[in-house]
Design a protein around this ligand. Structure first.
Ligand code: ADP
Ligand code: ASP
Ligand code: MG
Length: 403
């Protein structure tokens, strides 16, 4: 007998037929002799709708109250799924995050799971219940409800798998696996049979929505093998694990992130200490900086550009503006109509020419690169947002049609 953790995303439980479909998958798994813990997200666009409702009342609502509201989405879906499982005649119990023992940090809206007190989960499994747990939520040290950030149910599932020593963690979604690019946007995207934790972590962090990056980080840390598969078609998905056979084309995927903004400070004095002063000021204000580009000094001045999330863009500009006389810049430029397009692949470490091939794909479409950043297994470029979909398609073609 195995312990299976299965997670179903919002589209998989969007309406009554989808909920019954999930109940069938879950009870089939249970009937085959497995213990089953199910993690569910809020139905369809419920979380977005709740955010809109909040905005109608207070655009600046506190994060505590936002979490109180958003956790309600998952409360609806666990009870509805449990009712569907009852209807099929199986023993079931639904649990909110706190009932399932999720203890988190106190950071409302982006809490981290500190531990899971597994007593209740174990008790319910011992009673032979199918356990349906609300994803995306926990309780902090003030006994307040918290949420884990958008897409956080993936992390809830992996955390349960780790804490309970599950044999398998299956992430059911609306596509049948991880593809070489978003299959809804790139028609000839190819499904990957398997992908390594490191590559999946980069893909998820660089915009491939199919898995939340923190869930992959956690899966790697606790060696939990994941399978991403469809809740609508019964066929094998994509396995995410430590080591994977290298594909011929050396990269595993292309990802796009539209949530970035670029800030440039023009005409700062070309002398030591500027980068230190600027980035420590931003860090003190909790602003994460991603790509940084500094020009070579000319006429005793230089320019420095960096990217932040769009969400932090305005705040970052305010901070830098108030600090401009200290760092001595002449003016600030802000652009949030940019996208980051990236390729990811462990194979690029040992094969020269991958960057050139990516840049050629952009040149083919006359797309200008504003910034470049690289690591051992990824190359990212910042480009104009209107070119982003074309860039993804062209880069994807270059690597995957010719292989
Ligand atoms: P869920 O509601 O099940 O959590 P998400 O909407 O969060 O599902 O993630 C699934 C979506 O991720 C797919 O519908 C697909 O459009 C998108 N996606 C983006 N990049 C990829 C990729 N490389 N492979 C598969 N899906 C991707
Ligand atoms: N319902 C939450 C969201 O929409 C959590 C999740 O779906 O994973 O972000
Ligand atoms: Mg998701």
């Amino acid at each position: 007998m195995a312990l299976v953790v299965a997670k179903f995303g919002g589209s998989s439980v969007a309406d009554k037929d989808r909920v019954m479909n999930v109940a069938k998958i879950v009870t089939d798994t249970y009937k085959s002799g497995n213990d089953v813990i199910v993690v569910v997200s809020a139905q369809g666009d419920t979380t977005d709708d709740l955010i809109e409702k909040a905005k109608e009342i207070n655009k600046d609502a506190s994060k505590r109250e936002m979490d109180m509201l958003l956790t309600a989405g998952e409360q609806m879906s666990i009870s509805l799924l449990a009712m569907a499982i009852e209807k099929l005649g199986f023993p079931v119990v639904s649990l909110l995050g706190w009932q399932a023992g999720f203890i988190t940090s106190s950071a409302y809206s982006s809490a981290r799971i500190k531990k899971i007190k597994t007593d209740r989960l174990k008790k319910e499994i011992d009673k032979n219940n199918i356990v349906v747990v609300a994803g995306f939520q926990g309780l902090n040290r003030f006994d307040d409800l918290t949420t884990l950030g958008r897409g956080g149910s993936d992390t809830s599932a992996v955390a349960i798998a780790a804490a309970m020593g599950a044999d398998i963690c299956k992430i059911y979604t609306d596509v049948d696996g991880v593809y070489t690019a978003d299959p809804r946007k790139v028609k000839n995207a190819k499904k990957l049979e398997a992908v390594s934790y490191d590559e999946m972590l980069e893909l998820a962090s660089l915009g491939a929505q199919v898995l939340n990056n923190r869930s992959v980080e956690m899966a790697k840390k606790y060696s939990i093998e994941l399978e991403v598969l469809s809740s609508l078609e019964d066929k094998p998905g994509t396995i995410i694990k430590e080591k994977v056979e290298m594909e011929k084309c050396f990269i595993s995927g292309v990802a796009k992130d539209d949530s970035v903004a670029r800030i440039s400070i023009i005409g700062v004095p070309d002398k030591p200490g500027l980068a230190f002063k600027l980035f420590s000021k931003l860090a003190k204000n909790n602003i994460d900086v991603d790509i940084i580009l500094q020009s070579i000094g000319r006429d005793d001045t230089k320019d420095i550009s960096f990217t932040v999330t769009k969400e932090n863009g305005k705040k970052a500009v305010e901070i830098v503006s108030g600090y401009l006389d200290v760092i001595g810049g002449q003016k600030i430029k802000y652009d949030d109509k940019v996208s980051k397009v990236s390729i990811v692949g462990a194979g690029m470490q040992s094969h020269p020419g991958i960057a050139a091939k990516m840049f050629e794909a952009l040149y083919d479409k006359q797309i200008n690169i504003q910034m470049i950043s690289t690591s051992e297994i990824k190359i990212s470029v910042l480009i104009d947002n209107k070119d982003a979909d074309c860039a993804v398609a062209s880069i994807h073609d270059k690597f995957f049609s010719e292989s």
